[in-house]
Design a protein around this ligand. Structure first.
Ligand code: PEP
Length: 252
């Protein structure tokens, strides 16, 4: 039985003071919830330390939104896995479509980052998903499985059960246009099938597959009740405590 995981991607929102206030509200609203779902908050780098102080000693985990694959060096503006880990994080989002689009991140970059994250002890949340024109051209499987295969190519099979894959159709991110539960499940089942072939059924059954793309409290339960959907990566609805907490509750 896979434990669901719901992560809030706060993107480039909130300076430290606001981030602390939101994290504190989420902490308070979840304080009496049994830990049936892993909950992760992913603020900007500059708020990690402040939010860490809020979630320390609770069941809420902390994640970063990106990292470099090198451990250190002349990479101005970048942050290594070790730095993220020692800022209190257990998780890191990799290959988000906004980074693929605006920072030109490639499958090869995501592959290197995924290995570096695992080697340092971080759990990578690896984002994959097709653009609208690719869906319309019937390329969903080719694009999504291609991204998954590239991202995990150099990961030791014994380590695969630690990764999280977030299927995020690009056309559903921040658009209010959610994949239907059956559209999402169809792709999740393809991803699970890929892992069955790649690493065997036992490993495949342990890998958590999140859905992301305009998840809201009113569609979360239906999405999360699908056989291969193990929680969500949440953008817009993670920016208010009430809606994020309602989504977490839907994952139980
Ligand atoms: C995201 O950015 O990962 C995301 C899923 O955003 P939203 O929930 O706003 O679509």
């Amino acid at each position: 039985m896979r434990k669901p995981i719901v992560a809030g991607n706060w993107k480039m929102h909130f300076a430290a003071e606001e981030a602390v206030a939101l994290a504190d509200q989420i902490r308070l609203e979840l304080v009496d919830e049994p830990g049936q779902c892993d909950v992760v908050l992913c603020p900007t780098f500059t708020s990690l330390n402040s939010v860490k102080n809020v979630v320390d000693g609770t069941k809420i985990g902390l994640g970063a939104q990106n990292m470099h694959w090198e451990g250190s060096g002349a990479y101005t503006g970048d942050v290594s896995a070790e730095m993220i880990l020692t800022s209190g994080c257990r998780y890191v989002i990799l290959g988000h479509s906004e980074r693929r689009q605006y920072a030109f991140e490639s499958d090869a970059d995501v592959k290197r980052k995924a290995v570096a994250a695992l080697n340092s002890g971080l759990i990578p949340i690896i984002c994959v998903g097709e653009r609208l024109e690719q869906r319309e051209a019937d390329q969903v499987e080719e694009i999504v499985i291609g991204q998954v295969a590239a991202a995990v190519e150099n990961i030791d099979k014994a380590e695969l059960n630690r990764i999280v894959i977030a299927y995020e159709p690009v056309w559903a991110i921040g658009t209010g246009r959610t994949a239907t539960a059956s559209q999402a499940e169809e792709v999740h089942a393809l991803i699970r099938g890929f892992f069955v072939n790649h690493a065997g059924i036992d490993v495949a059954e342990q890998i958590r597959l999140q859905y992301g793309g305009s998840v809201k409290p009113d569609n979360a339960e239906e999405l999360f009740s699908q056989k291969n959907i193990d929680g969500g990566l949440i953008g817009g609805a993670a920016l208010q405590a009430d809606s994020f907490v309602d989504i977490v509750k839907a994952a139980k």
